[in-house]
Each structure stands twice: as C-alpha cells, then as structure tokens.
Write a protein that binds this ligand. Structure first.
Ligand SMILES: Nc1ncnc2c1ncn2[C@@H]1O[C@H](COP(=O)(O)OP(=O)(O)O)[C@@H](O)[C@H]1O
Ligand SMILES: [Mg+2]
Length: 247
C-alpha cells in the first residue's frame, strides 16, 4: 500500500461476484482528484459510499478506507463532504447568515470568510448571489456553487464526493480546480467526458469492482483541451438560447 501523509487510502475488497478487485490498493493525496467511471450498475456509488462511511470491511465491497492527516490516521464524522444530485437548502436564512454560522461553529473568522465564500461561489455560477440572498430562493446552480465554495473555504472536510452532477448550472471543471486548489481530494462519479478527464487519475469500475486505474497522459490531455472548448461552446449556446437570444 502506498503511504500518504495527508489524504486517504483504499484497500480493495471484492466485486459484486465476490472476486478480489483487480486494483488491490489506491492512495489519494491532498489536492488530488479522482474520476470514477463505468456504466450504470458498475459500482460507482458504492465506491463513493465506502469513502463517505470510511468503510472498514463492513460494507458489501469489503473495502477498507483510511484517512490520514499529517501522517496519522484520523477517524470520525465530517471527513467527507458529499455534493449530491439534489441540493437545495432547507434552512430559512440568508446566504450570509448561513456562512457566518457555519464558520463560527468551526471557530473561524466568520465575517471575512462569508464574504470570500460568496465571491468564490459567484465565479462558479452565471447568476450572482449576495450575502443577503435567501437560501431557499437560490437556483440549483447557485446552491451547488455555494456548497462548493463553502466546502472549499469553510468546511474542514478533506474529501469531497460528487455523484453525477451533470448539467448542474455551474462550471464543473472550475469547481474541481477550486476544490483541488484548496487541498481537497475530489472524487467524482460522472458520465461527463470533460469531468472524466479532469482528474489526473481515473478509476474504471466494472461489476462492482475497481478494475483499472489510468493516469492522464499527454494524448488525453490534448483531447481534454479540445473537449473543454466544445463544452464551453455548447454551454454558452445553451445559455444564450435560454435567454431568448439568437446565435
Ligand atoms: N463491490 C461490491 N460488492 C457487492 N455489491 C456491490 C459492489 N459494488 C456495487 N454493488 C452493488 O451493485 C449495485 C450497483 O452499484 P452502484 O454503486 O449503484 O452502481 P453505479 O453507481 O455505478 O450505477 C448496488 O446495489 C450496489 O450496492
Ligand atoms: Mg450511481
């Protein structure tokens, strides 16, 4: 098993048919991102769930997940923040109130962080929000942007799990870059080709097992650049058409 100083390791278990996983161990360092790919039913969500629960051989896969901080294994709640498909705030408060409460609960500089977090969220989403915006009035895209900025700047969780947030109304590629830039490990299960290539590492799931692990090479990096251009063209065309403009 590779050692990590701050990050996590996964010791492989068995696939859905009870066979030992081809990838026997996996290590992710702080700031790394991993794309998890495979057809529906291949085990992506199970893998994310194992990370979320810090599985200890006690889940259907039998995997063992260990988190490390400064060379020491750590356990307890709050290690993984999950960004799920349905993200709407139920709290009856403004964006600023929510952020100040969250920061203060972690003993952090609430006022400064709240402002920075709103500004960061606004870089991710086309529709700006302010500290006075009401949480329950945010669009899906604004809510996700706020959650990502909150995870990046306020939350202490070292790992962010993202399960298939397609067409999320945010700049997904930038979101992963921001999270990585703040030292978060991002694990993202996705069918989106740009996101599949965004992580330097890509884990291929098959029949519930970790089957292959790829690293982005120069050829795929070129493909990623071209796919991003196509993606940006498509996104901006969609936005302009939605606004009633002509192309
Ligand atoms: N390693 C495994 N061992 C046993 N069952 C598994 C394993 N991986 C996945 N499963 C089960 O297989 C089903 C499909 O897996 P899931 O993670 O939902 O696939 P995906 O998210 O790729 O569509 C789920 O019921 C899940 O619990
Ligand atoms: Mg799934």
């Amino acid at each position: 098993m590779n050692r990590v100083d701050t990050g996590l390791t996964v010791r492989g278990g068995t696939d859905r048919k009870g066979r030992a996983e081809a990838i026997a161990s996996l290590a992710l360092d702080a700031g790394e991102s991993l794309a998890v790919v495979g057809p529906t039913g291949s085990g992506k969500s199970e893998f994310l769930a194992d990370l979320e629960q810090a599985a200890a051989g006690d889940t259907p896969s039998g995997r063992i997940v260990t988190f490390y901080r400064d060379g020491k294994s750590v356990s307890g709640p709050g290690l993984a923040a999950t960004l799920s498909q349905r993200t709407h705030f139920v709290m009856d408060a403004s964006v600023g109130e929510f952020l100040r409460l969250h920061a203060a609960s972690l003993g952090k500089d609430a006022l400064r962080l709240a402002g920075q977090t709103v500004a960061l969220a606004n870089t991710l989403c086309g529709e700006p929000m302010s500290g006075e915006s009401l949480l329950q009035r945010l669009s899906g895209g604004q809510s996700r942007a706020l959650m990502i900025a909150d995870i990046a700047l306020v939350s202490d969780a070292p790992v962010v799990l993202i399960d298939e947030v397609e067409n999320a109304g945010i700049d997904k590629h930038l979101a992963v870059e921001i999270l990585s830039g703040h030292g978060k490990i991002t694990v993202i299960a996705t069918h989106d080709p740009v996101l599949m290539l965004t992580g330097r590492k890509r884990l291929v799931m098959e029949e519930g097992g970790m089957r292959r692990l790829y690293e982005l090479d120069a050829a795929e990096k070129l493909c990623l650049d071209r796919l991003r251009l196509l993606d940006e063209t498509l996104i901006s065309a969609r936005e302009r058409l939605r606004r009633g403009e002509r192309l």
